[in-house]
Design a protein around this ligand. Sequence first.
Ligand SMILES: Nc1ncnc2c1ncn2[C@@H]1O[C@H](COP(=O)(O)OP(=O)(O)OP(=O)(O)O)[C@@H](O)[C@H]1O
Ligand SMILES: [Mg+2]
Length: 425
Amino acid sequence: MSFIVRNFQDSDLEPVVHLWEVTPGMASVFSIAECIAALRAGGTAVVAVHQNIVVGAAVASIAESRAWVMRIAVDPAHRGEGMPSALLNHLEGRLVNVGVATISYLLAEEEQMSEGLLRAGYVRQEPAAYWEKREALTPGEATTLSALGGRVLTRDLWKRLAGMHGEKDIIDKRVVMPLSNPERASAHGVAPPHAIVLFGPPGTGKTTFARAIASRLSWPFVEIFPSRLTTEPAGLAQALHDTFALIDDLEKVLVFIDEVEEIASTREGVGKSPAHGVTNELLKIIPAFRQRDTRLLVCATNSVRTLDQAFMRPGRFDYVIPIGPPDSIARAAIWESFVSQSSRLDVDIAALVSASEHFTPADVEFASRSAAQVSFEREMNSGEVSELVGASTEDYLRAISQTRRTVSDVDIELFEEDIALYGRL
Ligand SMILES: Nc1ncnc2c1ncn2[C@@H]1O[C@H](COP(=O)(O)OP(=O)(O)OP(=O)(O)O)[C@@H](O)[C@H]1O
Ligand SMILES: [Mg+2]
């Protein structure tokens, strides 16, 4: 044997990493970065040394009473000298002494080490499929995201967004598809969007859409609440600047600013007020934000007409998309979704749809909740518990008649005007 095996020392890190890099044949389910992290965290490792040069290394990580052999690497010039067994042997000795009862080693099927492992007393277990899920965030990004109050949303929000097929279709084609297929988009000369505005009356689903887009893209979602950034109006521009500087650390992100008119309303007549400074800051932020293809800024507003026109100029926002009250088909889907969540009865959806004309999804949600509350109270009062429960068609109709519409006829007229004046799809 032309080598000796000894415990890993800190000064071995560099030569060991080099060895891993030049022996790619030794595939491992653990990446080199993970192996380095394990070594830094005091993971158990041993090295083989020939004439003071590291020619082999093995590292393991310990989880409770089980250790995982993460990687064994041997300098190709020293193959056939029994080095893997010698490394394993030494490694096992150390693991056993810290209370490890089971040592596991996941190897690629075609890996050549089987003979040596059998000789070393390892038993090949039933073939198992190796499953792995890559999460969207690195640990550093997770820290940044949590500092921003953001999160990765569940994957199903787009599917749960009922009805609204017109809006969904436009957002899908213009926004989601180019962002999730950037190479195909670019082959057609389609530039993926970087910033969009969603506008429409209150409660039509602008926030819901923004969240659903992030969910669909599997990008982290960060919502900026201008009013919560600082208590000092004069410091708002700086706070906005700092927030976007932090956002810059995220590789992929959807940034959502709700009620953007609060920080981007028309500057006319405002002079040098703090609001002016904030609008200017936002105008500076957008071009920088647009530099990267894996980020999307979504701004929502109820009053698109009060936005500063500089803010609305093409080049800043790729699309200005109206989100209006749902038509009857969309209302049917929205009613269906709320009714199916709360009632086991056979409810006449068509009757609810025609009784709730011009209702927003938020109005439908409110009426649906009121009806559910009524049916719950009825059961509590009667003292009879039944499986077949929930609000009836009559309960829903009564709740609808008691719900005040958020959006008036005048609001709808103004919205139609806004679509003609500002809509850009
Ligand atoms: N398509 C939909 N299907 C089911 N529920 C919906 C849908 N759209 C919106 N909702 C529900 O309606 C409520 C209002 O939606 P949301 O907050 O997204 O509206 P908004 O346009 O952002 O309102 P605002 O202008 O007040 O901020 C939410 O509780 C949301 O879950
Ligand atoms: Mg909203």
